[in-house]
Design a protein around this ligand. Structure first.
Ligand code: ADP
Length: 509
């Protein structure tokens, strides 16, 4: 049913009145001009208004259901956050002591580490309403729109809290670096700066005696890009680091995300936690989900360890590729990966978990290692060992086929990167260097020397272990995947290595 056309009737009536006045000899031109102008302004306002009122309806949840217990690991972040939000819980005492309220907390860390979860848990813990928006939603072509959205967001927060009869509201802004980038860093227009200024104004306006206490929680991975004014006391007072989970934390997250999944008796989540160094919480959630899908596809009613193991690879490297390599390519990849695996075992016994030549994502094959512990610090010999592992694929191909292929360029990048790391960390024969002002030629020469030395050592080792290398490669061609245990068994059966014939490393260059 069409509603009564009030607008049209009014316009018609106005036109009739004007026509009558015109006929009666009244000068109606100024009126017509003003009406036209008013109409134009109305049109442009209505064009803008849909976006102007948005942070496209901030995603409001009355009070989120997420609890701190639902977040695995992040013990330090949780503790800091809990302390910080005590300010909201204890408002009367804070006001009594004359302490200014905590207005902003910045959560920094890589994507998928649980920053949104932490903000939601903070809202749950403090019984606050929760509004989420992303920095990019504030950025528009039109001047003033971003600033208006910021105002609107704060207004909505207070209004929603009142409506829900809550005394506090948490505003969560993801991608904070978009909204909070250093002022003047956007050369094209001043819009960003206006938006940021509005945020600062709103934050400055937060007072302890308001009926609704507002807390802003920003999330970013680029705290270095943020405008210093945002990090000053009274704005984002606290910065909480939300890092990638370590092994224990990964285990905790895996436990959380497999809580509601039927797990087989053979499932060993600790082993999965060991193999997932560098995974974020979001990766682990996806891993648990993928494993359950794999089990379901097989028609099983419980998730087995092999599903989890396959899910690790899947999350790491994307879906299995349909493209199959030719038999010649397959053998080359097998030799290449066998090289990585044998040298991997040589420099760090027990570290190889599995080797496979099943292509996934962009990798044609890969060796997965499970180091005993997460590593953050490396000595020179440890870095050299990693260079050796990186070079091993190329050198194994060279040994077996007489020449290597293009499959190793990524390995070289790694090897060069690590050699440079040795140099810049002051661990090369040059000693401590100023990386910024280092002579390029000299840098290149030292990097090359480091790599050449490792190359010689690895070539010697592979030649000595050629029978095992070929054996592992043959098995790979056959069954496409080989376990670390199997490789260790083959190596243990091999005759002992003669004394190293590699280079005597020079003490000084
Ligand atoms: P961020 O905001 O840091 O990008 P999120 O909080 O949005 O990350 O996390 C995305 C998803 O990843 C969550 O919904 C959850 O399933 C999972 N996740 C991330 N970190 C954790 C964690 N520490 N514990 C449990 N699940 C997590």
């Amino acid at each position: 049913m069409k509603s009564f056309p009030v607008k049209e009737v009014l316009l018609g009536a106005a036109a009739a009145v004007l026509a009558y006045l015109g006929i009666s000899g009244v000068n109606v031109l100024p009126v017509v001009f003003l009406a036209g102008l008013a109409w134009l302004m109305y049109q442009s306002a209505s064009l803008r208004s849909p976006s102007a009122t948005a942070v496209r309806s901030p995603r409001t949840v009355a009070v989120p259901e997420v609890r701190f217990e639902d977040i695995g690991g992040q013990a330090a972040a949780k503790k800091e956050l809990l302390e910080a939000i005590q300010f909201i819980a204890d408002r009367e005492r804070i006001a009594h002591m004359g302490i200014r309220p905590l207005k902003g907390i910045l959560l920094t860390g890589p994507p998928g580490t649980g920053k949104t979860l932490l903000a939601k848990a903070a809202a749950h813990h403090t019984d606050s309403v929760f509004l989420a928006a992303a920095g990019s939603e504030f950025v528009e072509m039109y001047a003033g729109v971003g600033a208006q959205r910021v105002r609107e967001l704060f207004r909505r927060a207070r209004e929603t809290a009142r409506k829900e009869r809550k005394r506090s509201a948490i505003i969560f802004i993801d991608e904070m670096e978009v909204l909070g980038a250093r002022r003047g860093s956007h050369s094209t227009h001043m819009e960003y700066d206006q938006t940021l200024n509005q945020l600062l104004t709103e934050m400055d306006g937060i007072a302890v005696d308001e009926d609704v206490q507002v807390l802003v929680m920003g999330a970013t991975n680029r705290v270095d890009m943020m405008d210093p004014a945002l990090l000053r006391p009274g704005r984002f007072d606290r910065t909480v680091n939300v890092d990638l989970p370590d092994r224990e934390a990964r285990l905790a997250i895996l436990r959380l995300h497999t809580r509601k999944k039927p797990l087989g008796a053979d499932v060993d989540l600790e082993a999965i936690a060991r193999q997932t160094f560098g995974f974020s919480g979001a990766h682990l959630e996806s891993l648990a989900n993928e494993a359950a899908i794999l089990a379901l596809r097989e028609g099983l009613t419980e998730v087995r360890q092999r599903h989890l193991v396959e899910a690790v690879d899947k999350v790491m490297l994307g879906e299995k590729l349909d493209r199959r390599p030719t038999p010649a390519e397959k053998r080359r990849v097998a030799v290449h990966e066998a090289g990585h695996a044998l040298v991997g075992e040589w420099v760090d016994p027990g570290s190889v978990a599995t080797v496979t030549i099943t292509p996934r994502g962009r990798a044609m094959g890969y060796v997965r290692t499970s180091p005993a512990d997460d590593k953050y610090l490396y000595t020179r010999s440890q870095l050299e060992a990693r260079i050796q592992v990186a070079l091993a694929g190329f050198l194994a191909e060279e040994l077996v086929f007489g020449e290597a292929s293009t499959g190793a360029s990524n390995d070289f990048e790694q090897a060069v990167g690590m050699a440079r790391h040795i140099l810049h960390a002051g661990l090369s024969p040059l000693g401590i260097v100023d990386a910024e002002n280092l002579n390029r030629g000299l840098e290149g020469a030292v990097v090359q020397q480091i790599i050449a030395d490792q190359r010689e050592l690895v070539a010697w080792f592979l030649a000595e272990r050629r029978p095992v290398l070929e054996q592992v490669a043959d098995t790979l061609v056959d069954v496409e995947v080989i376990d670390g245990e199997e490789i260790r068994r083959l190596l243990a059966d091999a005759p002992p290595l003669p004394p190293v014939q590699g280079p005597v490393l020079p003490e000084s260059a």
